[in-house]
Design a protein around this ligand. Structure first.
Ligand code: AMP
Ligand code: MG
Length: 454
């Protein structure tokens, strides 16, 4: 197998073929694939790297906003955070026990216990500071400030837990169970640097440092719209010619996993006015649109029909499989002249839409969030089964990634290969094997680069 048939049978994105001249041009291609189909890549076609470069050159981190720590969850910090105080802010007890003067109890042992009067009871949160004189102790709980005069803590386990008088059976070492002010950081020290993602531990660090709000890049709001008159909501009965809309769920979840806020708007029919109205209504509310379907050269390719005339979008083939037809650009500027939301117009086949999201949309959404590390990790893996790949196009093959000791092995996730309509099999994939443009045959035992997607 040359790979040509395989490829041509699953995509229908050949420039120069007029859909209106061939209303069933797609089936036509599927029935009569020719090697020439694969070679029909216009010279203007971009490589994946060129398209990625164009996308990433257009998007920028969203302007930082001051947000509460609740709102900051998962966002990228846009400023350094310095601690307002020493951390801990005051000397305090690391144990539940008794604050003592060590000289008073340094001979204590099980054979020679020492009993002393308890002059205070200090819970966490207390502002009390009773002076501990010679021969005196205070009961103290974890986190309570050490009272003046005391210099060690005897844990409750080394005592009879007395409340009026306590009997101590073991001598503490110097400074035992004492947390010193500033032993974590000093007031003014930098605890977090701009660019980090505010995950659980960073939020805790910011809170400890006294930051009630932080400056962070907002998560991009991303409207997700499927196009296609054949689409019905999942779960609803389908008539002849109808299929469930899977892309809006796929892409909304992908947006969320990429750190964006998805606004899933379901599907619109292949109706130019309907799509135009929906885009216009949402444009002021979102930072980006992710559309699927309608970007090819068919008679009802509504996305291209509505957006190409704006002059702010580029529609054109990218040398990849699946995902060859891509549209990218912006909606019209707002009334104040501010640039419109960026628009990703992805092909409708679910695997094409998914691969396009991974390759172009996810890195862009990460840049908008202020991340500098934009790309999925990759590994080199050994191919368990072989497959063909079209010449002149980088192939993204959905694969399952298996680890076997030191060896990482991949096999095709769908028995039908990279067919861009094979959405159910896509559910098995945990990675995308990347086959370079010039490779046409991937054999068992070959090494491939794999983008890890889960
Ligand atoms: P298009 O890019 O609009 O020509 O669509 C290509 C193929 O993908 C067609 O078979 C569509 O029915 C299918 N398709 C488009 N959008 C969706 C969607 N949202 N969910 C599932 N399949 C879709
Ligand atoms: Mg369509």
């Amino acid at each position: 197998m040359t790979g040509h048939e395989h490829n041509a049978s699953h995509e229908h994105e050949h420039e120069g073929r007029r859909g209106d001249a061939h209303p069933h041009g797609r089936d036509h291609e599927q029935a009569h694939p020719t090697p020439a189909d694969d070679c029909a890549i216009p010279a203007s076609a971009r490589s994946v790297a060129e398209q990625q470069g164009a996308v990433l050159a257009t998007v920028a981190p969203l302007p930082p906003a001051r947000v509460t720590l609740d709102e900051a969850r998962g966002l990228v910090l846009a400023e350094d955070i310095r601690s307002a105080t020493d951390i801990p802010p005051f000397d305090n007890s690391a144990m539940d026990g008794y604050a003592v003067r060590r000289v008073d109890v340094q001979e204590a042992s099980a054979a020679a216990p020492v009993s002393l009067p308890v002059i205070a009871d200090l819970a966490a949160g207390t502002a009390d500071n009773p002076r501990i004189g010679p021969g005196q102790v205070a009961r103290i709980m974890t986190g309570a400030p050490m009272p003046d005069g005391a210099d060690a803590v005897v844990p409750i386990e080394d005592t009879d837990r007395g409340t009026d008088t306590v009997t101590i059976v073991r001598a503490p070492v110097p400074s035992a169970h004492l947390r010193r002010a500033g032993e974590d950081v000093r007031a003014g020290d930098t605890v977090l640097v701009a660019g980090v993602r505010m995950g659980p531990t960073r939020l805790a660090a910011a809170a400890s440092a006294g930051a009630g709000t932080v400056s962070a890049h907002p998560a991009p709001r991303v409207a997700v719209i499927s196009t296609g008159s054949e689409l019905v909501p999942p779960g609803q009965a389908t008539g002849r010619g109808q299929i469930p809309d899977s892309n809006s769920f796929l892409l909304a979840a992908a947006v969320a996993e990429a750190g964006g806020v998805p606004v899933r708007l379901g599907s619109v029919a292949d109706d130019e006015d309907a799509l135009r109205e929906l885009l216009a209504a949402q444009a002021g509310l979102v930072d980006a649109f992710v559309l699927s379907g309608g970007v090819s050269v068919g008679a009802y390719d509504v996305v291209k029909a509505v957006l190409a005339p704006l002059g702010t979008m580029r529609f054109g083939p990218v040398r990849m499989q699946p995902g060859k037809p891509q549209g990218f650009g912006r909606w019209m500027p707002g009334p104040d002249g501010s640039p419109g939301p960026v628009i990703f117009a992805l092909p409708g086949n679910p695997v094409s839409a998914y691969v396009s999201f991974e390759v172009f949309v996810r890195p862009a959404l990460r840049r908008m969030q202020g991340h500098t590390d934009l790309h999925r990790p990759t590994v080199t893996a050994t191919v368990a089964d072989g497959w063909t790949s079209p010449s002149g196009r980088a192939q993204y093959m959905p694969v399952t990634v298996e680890r076997d000791g030191a060896l990482t092995r991949v096999r095709r996730a769908t028995s039908g290969g990279s067919g861009s309509h094979l959405v159910a099999g896509l559910g098995q994939a945990t990675g995308l094997a990347i086959v370079p443009e010039d490779v046409t045959l991937v054999a068992a035992g070959d090494l491939v680069t794999v983008m890890l997607t889960s």
